[in-house]
Design a protein around this ligand. Structure first.
Ligand code: SAH
Length: 368
């Protein structure tokens, strides 16, 4: 079996080039005795041209390619299934080298094409309304397993399509895998050899790991916080693990301290659960909690999944909630649920029983 590692190769195992960061790639190039610019040539092949084979790297001589291939390989996910929703949302199910699976969702909406990326297999947290939370944490993703989701989605774009936004709102809690998240963002935003995306097009969403919010600021990306409740009792029953780490007061204090750049805003997400947190009182408390913070609010009507007791509120109740928040002068939007038929919407990523998946999911491409 091939090793995946973030350091230099052992003598027998092939190094996965995607598993090396810029420094690691520099060391490998140095080890071959090549000039430094080879580092950037190789990195550009991996991220800008999405090469899958070392032999494609035609600005390296044949002998260099052979030397590189004797020690290294480009190892993408072991398998990939693509599921296409009736609303054109596409869900990619990637099988990792250890057989575990992660999901990535590509969501078209008017002039946007948003990619929703996972950061963990399963999740550290146990939010009661989220399918991923029921899986427990299997493991953190490595940087290349995160960035690979963007590469795979790009491989599958229709002609003329371009990903406009990337959100870390897939499986997992991004701030519980901070090092890999930061490295993946560096590769996404690096203009010299990486994907060259503006950090403004990237949003990291957290369930509320308050002490780590500050670590997002230097990355220049947007920050979203999943509030979902307006009292500690409510939050403790809906999101017990994260509320145990930081109660609402601590979380909102961290939001107030967050070093927002001028013209930027935080986003607060709020999953609307019928009869649970969608009352007029909840809406009023929400406006008080976020008062004074430069922010917008995204309401996410609950996406149902089998075996979960929560329900989606009626359209009328959703609009009534929005109206109260809007009257307080806040920018508040209702997030459309996309890809629900392929279980690609918020909170629907993860393992369901195989019989159910077979019944509801249309697989449109057998392999990536
Ligand atoms: N762990 C991170 C990112 C993953 S969840 C976070 O909590 O922010 C992404 C968003 O989906 C969060 O706002 C979460 O509250 C929401 N969500 C989870 N399950 C949902 C469901 N079943 N229906 C609607 N939204 C859900």
């Amino acid at each position: 079996m091939r090793h995946e590692q973030d350091t230099l190769p052992a003598t027998t195992a092939l190094t996965n080039l995607l598993a090396l960061d810029e420094i690691g790639m520099g060391r490998l190039v140095q080890q071959f005795g090549w000039p430094r610019y080879r580092t950037y040539q190789i990195l550009r092949w991996l991220y800008q041209r999405r090469a899958k084979d070392i032999n494609q790297m035609t600005d390296l001589g044949q002998s260099e390619r052979d030397a590189l291939a004797s020690q290294a390989t480009i190892q993408r996910a072991a398998g990939c299934r693509v599921l296409r929703s009736i609303d054109y949302t596409r869900k990619f199910v990637l099988t990792l080298s250890d057989g575990l699976a992660i999901e990535t969702v590509l969501i078209p909406d008017e002039d946007r094409l948003t990619l929703c990326v996972s950061t963990q297999v399963g999740c550290t947290l146990d939010c009661g309304f989220c399918l991923t939370g029921t899986m427990g944490l299997k493991r953190n993703l490595k940087p290349h397993e995160i960035i690979e989701q963007a590469l795979t989605a790009q491989d599958h774009l229709d002609p003329g399509e371009r990903i406009t936004n990337l959100v870390f709102m897939g499986m997992g809690e991004p701030l519980a895998n901070m090092e890999a998240l930061s490295e993946a963002i560096r590769r996404l935003t690096n203009k010299l050899w990486g994907l060259g995306w503006s950090p403004r097009r990237i949003t990291v969403s957290t369930a509320g790991l308050a002490t780590r919010l500050k670590d997002i600021a230097p990355l220049g990306v947007n920050l979203a916080i999943s509030l979902n409740a307006t009292t500690d009792d409510q939050r403790a029953s809906l999101m017990p693990a994260v509320n145990g780490i930081a109660a609402l007061k601590t979380l909102l204090a961290a939001c107030r301290r967050y070093p927002l750049r001028p013209t930027r805003r935080l986003t607060f997400e709020y999953v609307l659960l019928a009869g649970v947190n969608d009352h007029a009182d909840d809406a009023r408390r929400l406006t008080k909690l976020v008062r004074g913070i430069a922010c917008k609010i995204n309401l996410i009507p609950f996406n149902e999944f089998p075996g979960n007791p929560f329900r989606r509120p009626s359209e009328r109740d959703i609009s009534a909630f929005q109206a109260i928040v809007r009257q307080a002068g806040l920018d508040v939007f209702i997030r459309k649920s996309r890809g629900r038929d392929v279980l690609g919407a918020c909170g629907q990523l993860g393992n369901l029983s195989p019989e159910y998946s077979e019944r509801v999911l249309t697989q449109i491409e057998p392999r990536c």
